[in-house]
Design a protein around this ligand. Structure first.
Ligand SMILES: *[C@@H]1O[C@H](CO)[C@@H](O)[C@H](O)[C@H]1NC(C)=O
Ligand SMILES: *[C@@H]1O[C@H](CO)[C@@H](O)[C@H](O)[C@H]1NC(C)=O
Ligand SMILES: *[C@@H]1O[C@H](CO)[C@@H](O)[C@H](O)[C@H]1NC(C)=O
Ligand SMILES: *[C@@H]1O[C@H](CO)[C@@H](O)[C@H](O)[C@H]1NC(C)=O
Ligand SMILES: *[C@@H]1O[C@H](CO)[C@@H](O)[C@H](O)[C@H]1NC(C)=O
Ligand SMILES: *[C@@H]1O[C@H](CO)[C@@H](O)[C@H](O)[C@H]1NC(C)=O
Length: 224
């Protein structure tokens, strides 16, 4: 080969590793810097989109929006209305409030609304209801049943029971009542117990949601 060719081969060999390194750099996940939202620090794997650029810098499941610069909400697809109150990064747990349920059962408002979704059916992998939660079960019945009544201005025959153990398989057959629709809402019990009378505070205190980054998101999958 002519010396010029050797020179080109030399240049190519010299640059190859640099070019490969450049390509790798582009594909590396670039996390947003940690950011405050209210009293929380939102950091890897969670991220808040850069307001102006709308820059995405993390897995979409872990995107957080910071309403009014003070209220963090989970924003991943498949979610509607989970406010974040605490994040334990090492334990991979969040404490979240299902804000729609909070509204639905707010008896100080002039109206109540019986929800059409179980809390867990709004959750998708990589998030899972932590099995240490207890459940509230709300019922809307065609007749009176022997449970605590939910006293709303425009509702009759709405009832609640508390302290129902979480069931990983979603089997709550033992709690089915004939003539009643049922909605399951996870809450944090204290020492395995909760008082049904406190349902409003229990919902507002939230429940534990665990995440597992190794699990693939499956938005359509319903977990109970
Ligand atoms: C955000 O702030 C505005 C004005 O201060 C207020 O009207 C609105 O209700 C707030 N929204 C939330 C979700 O707190
Ligand atoms: C943030 O504030 C809420 C409500 O005041 C509280 O429940 C929560 O524990 C606080 N979280 C942190 C990380 O301080
Ligand atoms: C319940 O509704 C009342 C009146 O609309 C409101 O002031 C209060 O903040 C609500 N409580 C919760 C926990 O959302
Ligand atoms: C109470 O009123 C609200 C608003 O009008 C309505 O959406 C809700 O379904 C009513 N709840 C019941 C239990 O009738
Ligand atoms: C919520 O879960 C309970 C218990 O599994 C089930 O009986 C009920 O039909 C569910 N409700 C809705 C609206 O999916
Ligand atoms: C549950 O709470 C209600 C209202 O605060 C109270 O009257 C009742 O005694 C409590 N039940 C138990 C078993 O502590």
């Amino acid at each position: 080969m002519a010396p010029a060719c050797w020179f080109l081969v030399f240049v190519w060999v010299w640059w190859l590793p640099l070019m490969l390194a450049g390509a790798k750099e582009e594909h590396r996940v670039e996390y947003c810097p940690a950011e405050r939202c209210g009293n929380l620090t939102v950091s890897n794997p969670f991220w808040i989109a850069d307001g102006e650029a709308g820059r995405s810098c993390g897995p979409s499941d872990f995107q957080v929006s910071c309403l009014n610069d003070s209220n963090p909400f989970l924003l991943s697809s498949g979610f509607t209305g989970f406010g974040i109150m605490d994040i334990w990064y090492e334990d991979r747990n969040l404490r979240v409030v299902d804000v729609h349920k909070e509204e639905d059962f707010n008896v100080s408002k002039s109206s109540c609304n019986f929800p059409s979704w179980n809390t867990s059916s709004k959750l998708a992998l990589p998030f899972k209801v932590n099995p240490t939660n207890l459940n509230l079960i709300f019922y809307k019945c065609t007749k009176t049943v022997a449970l605590l009544e939910v006293r709303c201005v425009n509702a009759s025959n709405m009832f609640v029971r508390a302290g129902v153990r979480f069931d990983e398989t979603g089997n709550y057959h033992d709690y089915v009542l004939e003539g009643c629709d049922a909605i399951v809402v996870p809450v944090m019990g204290s020492s395995g117990w909760a008082n049904a009378s406190d349902y409003e505070q229990l919902i507002s205190r939230g429940f534990l949601l665990a995440w597992d980054e190794t699990l693939q998101p499956a938005t359509a999958r319903l977990i109970l």
